[in-house]
Design a protein around this ligand. Sequence first.
Ligand SMILES: [Zn+2]
Length: 567
Amino acid sequence: MSIWKKSGLILPLRTAPPTAQDDSHRKPGIEAREFITLTLLLFLILIYPVFSMLWYHQYPAVSIEAAILVILCLSIAALLSLILQFAGASVRNLALVTVLTFAFVVQFNLFFIGIISVLAAGLFLTLIFRDAFRTMLLAVMVCLIAGAWMDHQINPATKIQEAEPSAAQAGQGPVIHLLMDGFTGPDGLPAMNEAQELKQDIISLFRKNGFQIFTRAYTHYSSTMDSMTRAFNFRNDDENIWQRTSLLGEKISFPENKWFGMLADSGYNVVVNQTGSADFCSAAISTKMFCNVFSTPNLKTIHTDVKNPLTRVAVLLRTLIGQSILVSKVRRNYGVFDTWGVSMYDDRILEKLVEDLQQQPQNAYFAHVLLPHAPLVLRQDCTLDYESETWHRWPAFEGLVGNNEETRKVRYNKLIEQMRCALTRLDTFFGELRSLGIYDDATIIVHGDHGAGAFNFSPSVQNMDKTNDRDLREMFSILFAVKYPGGGSEVNDEVISLNVLMANTAARVIGSVLVESSNIVQSEDEPFIYFADSYPLKQAFVNIFHRKSDFIGEEQEEAVESASPDQ
Ligand SMILES: [Zn+2]
């Protein structure tokens, strides 16, 4: 490999390996120029998505792993260019178009129709520009890379403008709404000792900080999208089922958002801290929203916490190709290119929140905190653990199968550590609000959207007969705690849904009687949970008649534990 690289890069082609010598009747100068131009062009095409990804994730571009990736791309480019020396001009152009298309696949999340369109457009351009095609492509690539670099210079966090004073804000503290993604509620935690200790610690943390905690809060839905759409709109239904119509290509977004609208109508600026995984800023509301976006996964943690640079390179490459819908689909179907499990949680979300609260304490803030959401890589003190085995980082096997009792226990312990980290972060956050002097006046809503799901079988239609009551409680139980100005802690053991809790909270925050929707409160003949079909590729609900009253107390919990299959 090194001979090829050396000969290719520095020397004219005629000194390259034996097969090249047959071409020695060509003019060597032209060959060398041809080779260098083609290598450069291929290199630019290959390196573009790499640096675009690094910049997007604010990953240090000056690092050993970035240097290795540069060398890798350069070697591939030189090798390809060397091979293409023996091909005609049209084949070379075709190869360029193909490489370019695959760079686009990784970069822009194209699916089959997109790939075919890019290929067709590329071939069309080669016909028009013929010999000038490579020159044109070179110019385009240089512009794209310069553009990607300039984009990364722009701070993704929009600066909050001076809030306009309004009557509704006079004398009011902030409204802070934290979505702790995947935080199972106290009632959903299993009987194992570590989980029961955690349950007590969750309750006492919120009591200590003046919250009302609802120990038996549940959602009816197993996905963020379904849960939060209903919570934001105080709705309880199986209508408007969200489907990932374009095979994962569609980003989760929440254009309908009654809650943000109410806050805006009462004079609050709505400031959203979100991640790359879901778009809450798409809410169509009457006031200007302010939006800070943090990329996921939190790739920077790889740079700081993985010692071996080759592992870092491998993780970056996996992340790169994992950006592609196509590759993700292949991965899901055939189990190749397995994801490595880079932390989703990013400390900057809560840090930015504190920073903004310090400057603008009268706004309403929403933050999508991807904690304790998988991958499970945080120890209970929130240090990173990338030494763990990769399968430990996912609460269940992807697809339909969850766990056997043994793997479940291993994973549950990782999950408990990450949940404890979430508690630590919340406690720190509350402390910071106290030191800013805004804690007492603040309304703080902290809740989950579905359980963390270290279940034996996921609640999908395919598993309908296999899931036990413990699986269901772990999947649908959520954290819900709220602190109003002045505080006053309370533990509420009523079985209650996220939709109702959000409606009650909104009514109290806005200070008016809510809500026209007739269907917030569920009647006894409605199903308490919905199973999704073919999770996560297609979503269609199946009503399961686990009524509210099925979601049970201790006496049943013990029966479930002893009856659960031992496999
Ligand atoms: Zn979620």
